[in-house]
Design a protein around this ligand. Structure first.
Ligand SMILES: [Zn+2]
Ligand SMILES: [Zn+2]
Length: 243
């Protein structure tokens, strides 16, 4: 049934396309999400590096102050320069982190665009599903109605099931195959009474010698005669009727 309805197969094709488009969009979203997460991880890495650098800067200044207190001016100066260099490295890290934040914004925007696209395609896929199911339900209902129009009987000859339309006046006796085979059993005969041609089946138990029309007429005549006889009897012997 589903394979035969062109509208259903067209809706099936549309559904397949909508699913493929959705699957592709989901891959794009997954990719964008992965990129977004990776960029977020980079920010975390910068935070760790910045915290380490800050610690190192503090350490250098601590050592500088300790040496200064001890009167080691040269040593103190060395740690001051070292602290300054680390401070510069720290500024560079801050700058890198800022740029990374810009990339994170871009990645987030790209992810949102991909997600919106995916949602739109998911809605389209759902709509395609609904249309497909609606058609399927409609066809099922039609099928039920059609099925209710058919009756079943069995072939008198081979016992095979025969389906026939309920509007048919008489249930068929033979299936198609047996009906075809039975065709050779039919012969033309000439009516012994009126000379008209009529068909008989050689397998019939009683093969008539007169045509169906004459048979009908004879039966009617017989009936009429019987009625006449009854009437005559009634007229000649009314007293017998009373008892
Ligand atoms: Zn049969
Ligand atoms: Zn006849």
């Amino acid at each position: 049934m589903s394979g035969k309805d062109p509208e259903l197969s067209q809706l099936g094709d549309e559904l397949s396309r909508a699913r493929a488009a959705y699957t592709e969009a989901k891959l794009v979203t997954d990719g964008a999400k992965e990129h977004l997460n990776a960029t977020g991880d980079q920010i975390q890495e910068y935070n760790v590096q910045i915290a380490d650098l800050k610690k190192s800067v503090d350490l250098e200044y601590d050592q500088m102050r300790a040496l200064k207190a001890e009167g080691d001016r040269e040593g103190a100066e060395e740690h001051r320069r070292s602290a300054q260099a680390l401070q510069e490295a720290l500024s560079a890290k801050y700058e890198e982190k800022k740029q990374c934040f810009a990339r994170l914004d871009e990645a987030r925007a790209a992810f949102n665009v991909a997600l919106d696209g995916q949602k739109a395609l998911r809605d389209e896929m759902q709509a395609a599903w609904d249309k497909f199911n609606q058609r399927l339900e409609y066809l099922k209902a039609q099928n039920e109605i059609e099925r209710a129009k058919w009756l079943e009987t069995t072939c008198k000859e081979c016992g095979k099931k025969i389906r026939y339309h309920k509007d048919r006046k008489k249930a068929p006796v033979l299936c198609r195959e047996c009906y075809e085979k039975d065709k050779v059993n039919w012969e033309d005969r000439q009516c012994a009474r009126c000379g008209a041609d009529f068909r008989i089946n050689i397998n019939w138990e009683h093969i008539p010698s007169i045509c169906p029309d004459c048979r009908k007429k004879l039966a009617e005549e017989k009936e009429r005669r019987a009625m006449q006889e009854r009437d005559e009897e009634n007229q000649t012997a009314p007293e017998e009727r009373v008892s």
